[in-house]
Design a protein around this ligand. Structure first.
Ligand SMILES: NC(=O)c1ccc[n+]([C@@H]2O[C@H](COP(=O)([O-])OP(=O)(O)OC[C@H]3O[C@@H](n4cnc5c(N)ncnc54)[C@H](O)[C@@H]3O)[C@@H](O)[C@H]2O)c1
Length: 280
C-alpha cells in the first residue's frame, strides 16, 4: 500500500545489516533475507543470540556473520557500519532497524523516568542512530532499502503504553521524513507497523502487572508469526511501499484514527477502563 517509487532491483536480496537479530522479528528478517540470497550481518546487544541466528543461516548454506551492537549507543552503531564493510561481500544495501523493547502497564506520571529513558534510548534513539549512520551511505550508493520496525503503536495511542507509543510515533515520523528525503534516489524506505507478533518481547521487556498477562494471552491467541510479518515487509519494500501493516486490525486502527478520531480516542479509553479486566 501507499507506494513511493520502486527500487530497480529487489532490495530484499542484499548485503544486509539487521539490528536486534537475536530474537523474534529481527531473527526472522535475518533468516528470510538469507533465504532470498542475501548476506546478513546479524547484530544484537546479546552477542550469543546474534551468533545463534548467524549460525542458523550458515548451517543452511547462507552467508552471515554476527556482532554485538547496542543501538542506543551511536559509537556502537558507527562500529556496526565498519563491521559491515569488513564482513559483508559488498556495500551495505539493506538496513533493518529492528532492535526494540516493550514497556507498558503504568499510566503517564507513574511510569518511572528511568523507564522512559531506557525505552527512548533503544526504540527511538536506536532507530535515529541507524538512520543517521546508514542513510547517507545508501543515498550515496543510489540503491537498496531501509526498513524501520515501527508498530501500530506508532498511531494507536493505546493507554498505559506511553513510552512505547512515543518511541514508535517518533520512529514512524522519522521513516516518513527519510522516505521523502530519499524519494527518487533509488533507495526504498519502509515502516513496518504490525500489531501483535509472536516473539519474546514480553519476556524481554518491562510490561508489568495485568498488562503483561493480557499481552501474553492476546499474543498467543491472535499474534501473527514473525516469519509472515517479515515476508510481508520485505515484499512491501521490494514494491517500494512506505507503510506495511500486515494485520487487519492495524489497518482498521489506521483508518479509524483518521476518519473518527474523537470516537476512536473515547473507545480506547473506555476499553481500557471497563474492558481490559474482563479480557484478563
Ligand atoms: N512482538 C510484537 O508484538 C511487536 C509488535 C510491533 C512492533 N514490534 C517491534 O519489533 C521489534 C522487534 O521486537 P520483537 O517483538 O522481535 O522482540 P524480541 O524481544 O523477541 O527481540 C528484540 C531483540 O532486540 C534486542 N535488543 C534489545 N535491546 C537492544 C539494544 N539496545 N541494542 C540492540 N539490540 C537490542 C534483544 O536482545 C532481542 O534480541 C521491536 O522494535 C518491537 O518494538 C514488536
Amino acid at each position: 500500500m501507499f507506494g513511493m517509487g520502486s527500487p530497480k532491483k529487489p532490495s530484499s536480496c542484499a548485503n544486509a545489516v539487521v539490528t536486534g537479530a537475536g530474537s523474534g522479528i529481527g531473527r526472522a528478517f535475518a533468516l528470510e533475507i538469507a533465504n532470498r540470497g542475501g548476506a546478513v550481518l546479524c547484530s544484537d546487544i546479546n552477542l550469543a543470540a546474534a551468533e545463534e541466528t548467524a549460525g542458523q543461516i550458515t548451517a543452511s548454506g547462507g552467508q552471515a556473520r554476527a556482532c554485538q551492537c547496542d543501538v542506543s549507543d551511536l559509537g556502537q552503531v558507527e562500529a556496526l557500519a565498519k563491521a559491515a564493510d569488513e564482513h559483508l561481500p559488498g556495500d551495505v544495501d539493506l538496513v533493518i532497524n529492528n532492535a526494540g523493547v516493550g514497556i507498558g502497564g503504568l499510566p503517564i506520571g507513574e511510569t518511572a523516568i528511568e523507564d522512559w529513558h531506557w525505552t527512548l534510548g533503544i526504540n527511538l534513539w536506536g532507530v535515529i542512530h541507524g538512520c543517521h549512520v546508514f542513510a547517507p551511505r545508501l543515498r550515496k550508493l543510489g540503491r537498496g532499502g531501509l526498513v524501520n520496525v515501527a508498530s501500530t503503536a506508532s498511531f494507536s495511542a493505546a493507554p498505559l503504553m506511553g513510552p512505547y507509543n512515543v518511541t514508535k510515533a517518533g520512529a514512524l515520523a522519522l521513516t516518513e521524513t527519510l522516505a521523502a528525503e530519499l524519494a527518487g534516489s533509488g533507495v526504498a524506505v519502509t515502516a513496518l507497523c504490525p500489531t501483535l507478533v509472536k516473539t519474546n518481547i514480553n519476556a524481554n521487556g518491562r510490561i508489568v502487572g495485568d498488562s503483561s498477562k493480557l499481552f501474553d494471552r492476546l499474543m498467543n491467541r491472535f499474534g501473527m508469526s514473525a516469519e509472515r510479518v517479515v515476508n510481508d515487509a520485505l515484499n512491501a519494500l521490494d514494491r517500494g511501499d512506505l507503510y506495511v501493516m500486515p494485520q487487519f486490525d492495524a489497518r482498521l486502527i489506521w483508518r479509524a484514527k483518521r476518519l473518527i478520531p474523537r470516537t476512536y480516542a473515547l473507545g480506547t479509553g473506555l476499553i481500557n477502563r471497563f474492558g481490559a479486566s474482563r479480557l484478563n
